[in-house]
Design a protein around this ligand. Structure first.
Ligand code: HEC
Length: 253
């Protein structure tokens, strides 16, 4: 194994073919089994029940001003600018706004109930390609730009950015036994919410971003902030360019 020094002075081991599996044989067997029977299914089901209390697809379509038939393709365009909320928002923020409108208890964006409901609603767009149009209006364009900038800007004690570990020239290399994924080809935007085996729970894309922030000692940005929504826009467009269809819930190491 060769060692190579990153510009950021992180030690990365370059693995040769066959060495780059991050999982043990036992873990890989478990992964295969879980693929057939994703433990997240039960959370998605729970999310469906919570969504029913909000009035289901009918109420969501009405809130968004689209027909129920258009709903899957429309969901595949999130995060997007919603005029009545005055912001580019994720599906979770739309669900929160519906709760407020109906005078119901508002779930926190980082709560398990919201993760479950978000997973269910995003799964309505399963098998669809993303339909994000970053040129649709100035708001989504600004959100994309902010997300890309957040991805590329070095922060924190070690001077790392997301790009330090997720740029094209470093993808596939191995960092502390974990191969660095190509976020486009891995369809990251299209496969979260996912069951995360190492955390034994359902996690969302923005929650996953926070995981990387923690690991790399970048200050953790709150879920639902402009930066986080922008990051979600940016990462989702990578899946869109790589033509990765939406497939919720994902299953991750
Ligand atoms: C120090 C290196 C490093 C930095 C910096 C880093 N990541 Fe990661 N990231 C990884 C590794 C390694 C994995 C795969 C881990 C695994 O398989 O559990 C990963 C996985 C991910 C995933 C999940 C990919 C999938 O398969 O769905 C996303 C999304 C992600 N990173 C986004 C980010 C974002 C956004 C940032 C910046 C805030 C960031 N990462 C910063 C190393 C890094």
């Amino acid at each position: 194994m060769k060692k190579l020094l990153l510009p950021l002075a992180l030690m990365v081991t370059v693995a040769t073919a066959g060495e780059q599996f991050a999982m043990s044989d036992a873990d890989r067997a478990m992964y295969k089994e879980m693929l057939e029977n994703n433990p997240a299914d039960i959370f998605v089901e729970e999310g469906g029940e919570l969504f029913e209390e909000l009035g289901d697809e009918k109420a969501l379509a009405k809130f968004l001003g689209v027909s129920e038939k258009e709903l899957p393709k429309y969901i595949a365009g999130f995060p997007r600018y919603i005029k009545k909320l005055g912001n580019v928002v994720g599906i979770d923020q739309v669900l929160q706004a519906m709760q407020v409108e109906q005078g119901k208890e508002k779930y926190k964006l980082k709560s398990g109930k919201m993760f479950s409901m978000l997973a269910y609603v995003k799964s309505l767009a399963n098998d669809e390609q993303f339909t994000i149009d970053t040129k649709a209006d100035e708001h989504i364009k600004a959100s994309y730009d902010l997300g890309k900038k957040t991805f590329e800007t070095a922060r924190g004690g070690r001077g790392l950015s997301c790009l330090s570990c997720h740029s094209a020239d470093i993808v596939g290399q191995v960092l502390r036994t974990q191969p660095l994924p190509d976020l486009g080809k891995a369809g990251a935007g299209a496969t979260w919410p996912a069951y995360r085996m190492t955390k034994s729970s359902l996690r969302t894309l923005q929650r996953r971003f926070q995981g990387c922030m923690k690991n790399a000692l970048l200050k953790v940005i709150p879920i639902g902030s402009k930066e986080m929504v922008g990051l979600e826009v940016y990462i989702s467009t990578l899946a869109q360019e790589a033509k990765q269809p939406i497939a919720i819930p994902g299953l991750k190491r």
